[in-house]
Design a protein around this ligand. Structure first.
Ligand code: ATP
Ligand code: MG
Length: 358
């Protein structure tokens, strides 16, 4: 079989992004040749430093190279100014729009660092809801009033629920392959607040239900349940082991995914992917962590897992599984952990340990 070559854009961004993205590159390069995968890397710019140097946070070239010349990308983190700066806006938000990366996928999983086993994926709709940013402020005799539009479409709700169903199936397949699991069967939980927002969240709910009723999900035993977002938060913290795949509109998904990340001990462990049709950007959940930048102690695991997650969406599940297993091995043994996990290892030592396990 001829090797498949994947071209991957590397966007380190700012702060510890510059320390962890090279680790992501190394793990991809170290995958065994027997997988039949080759990588080519393209270095690309974005972020606050890029803005200071060039006046734009997301150069046109970065977008066009990703669009025309890459299969996927790894994105580190970008610092944002504490006050609004004219002309500056978040490059990752812009990238999601320009590349129509309509899903934000965040697996949250414990190995040994939490008291309870957790193994869930939050699938967040990424293009609409309150984040369409259509806001206005106007004066009334009683003072100012501000309004924002919450937009939910059938198309966006349907494709995100379908993706959640596909992810549930893929996880089921991986478990069937013998991977240890805390779940019995695939389960998708639809999150909404349609008891109050009967039209917007009501449309999300009914559309997601319909999408997940498709034969290919039902025939494979994908169970579907619903949960109102406020009680979801409660249960997420009390009984996180009950969740497999969660699908949510943009705002609830944003909040739930940060809350879930808090369950596993360190931001340095949690990966994510921004996914569109045939394209995925892996992105660790943490920010640029200015408090530890330059010290060589950033935990690279969120990025290594993000690289694996990107591979999953490029249909390279076997390669992804190798990376996950190597990372889990490092965590389970617990001898070479970075300081955020209570260890003393440097970024380099963690990377070396994971590479050795590959
Ligand atoms: P930003 O504005 O870029 O989001 P931040 O100050 O919010 O930066 P985060 O990156 O969000 O910082 O991190 C929050 C906390 O978690 C910081 O104390 C940071 O040091 C820690 N942290 C985040 N990522 C990692 C990592 N990969 N390894 C170790 N510690 C981390
Ligand atoms: Mg932050």
């Amino acid at each position: 079989m001829a090797a498949r070559t994947l071209r991957i854009g590397l966007i380190p961004g700012d702060g510890i992004g510059k320390e962890v993205i090279p680790a992501g590159r190394r793990i991809l390069e170290a995958l065994p040749a027997s997988l039949g995968l080759k990588f080519e890397f393209v270095d690309l710019k974005a972020g606050w430093e890029t803005f200071e140097q060039t006046g734009v946070a997301l150069p046109e070239e970065t977008v066009s190279v990703l669009k025309s010349d890459c299969d996927g990308a790894l994105f580190g983190a970008v610092s944002s100014p504490t006050k609004a700066v004219k002309g500056y806006s978040s490059p990752i938000v812009a990238l999601r729009k320009k590349l129509d990366l309509y899903a934000n996928v965040r697996p949250v999983k414990t190995v040994v660092t939490a008291p309870k086993p957790i193994d869930m994926v939050i699938v967040r709709e990424n293009t609409e809801d309150l984040y369409v940013k259509e806001e206005k402020t106007y004066d009334t005799p009683q003072g100012k009033v501000a309004e924002a539009i919450k937009r939910i479409s059938q198309r966006a709700s349907s494709r995100i629920a379908t993706m959640a169903g596909e992810i549930a199936l893929r996880r089921q397949k991986i478990r069937a392959g013998g991977a240890p699991s805390i779940h019995n069967g695939p389960l998708v939980t639809i999150t909404h607040k349609s008891n109050v927002l009967s039209q917007t969240d009501g449309l999300f709910r009914s559309t997601a239900r319909e999408a997940l009723a498709a034969a290919r999900f039902q025939d494979s035993g994908v169970a579907v349940e619903e949960q109102i977002v406020d009680s979801m938060v409660y249960k997420l913290f009390r009984q996180p082991e009950a969740y497999d795949v969660i699908v949510a509109p943009n705002l609830y998904g944003d909040i739930l995914s940060d809350g879930a990340a808090a369950l596993v001990g360190s931001l340095g462990l949690v990966p994510s992917a921004n996914v569109g049709e045939g394209f995925a950007i892996g992105e660790p959940c943490h920010g640029s962590a200015p408090d530890i930048q330059g010290q060589g102690i950033a935990n690279p695991i969120a990025t290594l897992r993000s690289a694996a997650l990107m591979l999953e969406f490029l249909n390279e599940e076997a390669a992804a599984a190798k990376i996950y297993a190597a990372v889990d091995g490092n965590l389970e043994e617990g001898k070479l952990l970075s300081p955020d996990l209570g260890g003393k290892a440097t970024t380099e030592e963690v990377v070396q340990d994971v590479l050795r396990r590959l």
